[in-house]
Design a protein around this ligand. Structure first.
Ligand SMILES: [Zn+2]
Length: 75
């Protein structure tokens, strides 16, 4: 009977230890405001790739995915 109690005690300790390990491995939420506004996407005039307008390279009224595509278009 005392071995059963000892086994239950060891099992309880292991279960509590593993629950503590899991709680520590949960990644923290990212700090800062969460972006809720959608970003407009534009198509590259050179290859057609859609990129966020904030990362697009502009030349006049045209958008490009990179400076090399803008130069390849001769703009
Ligand atoms: Zn492109």
């Amino acid at each position: 009977m005392k071995y059963l109690l000892l086994l239950l005690l060891v099992g309880y300790v292991v279960w509590r230890w593993r629950a503590g390990q899991r709680a520590r491995t949960v990644p923290p939420r990212p700090a800062g405001p969460v972006q809720t506004e959608p970003i407009a996407m534009v198509a590259c005039a050179g290859c057609g790739l859609h990129v966020p307008i904030t990362q697009a390279v502009t030349a006049g009224a045209q958008y490009f995915c990179s400076a090399s595509h803008r130069e390849a278009a001769g703009v």
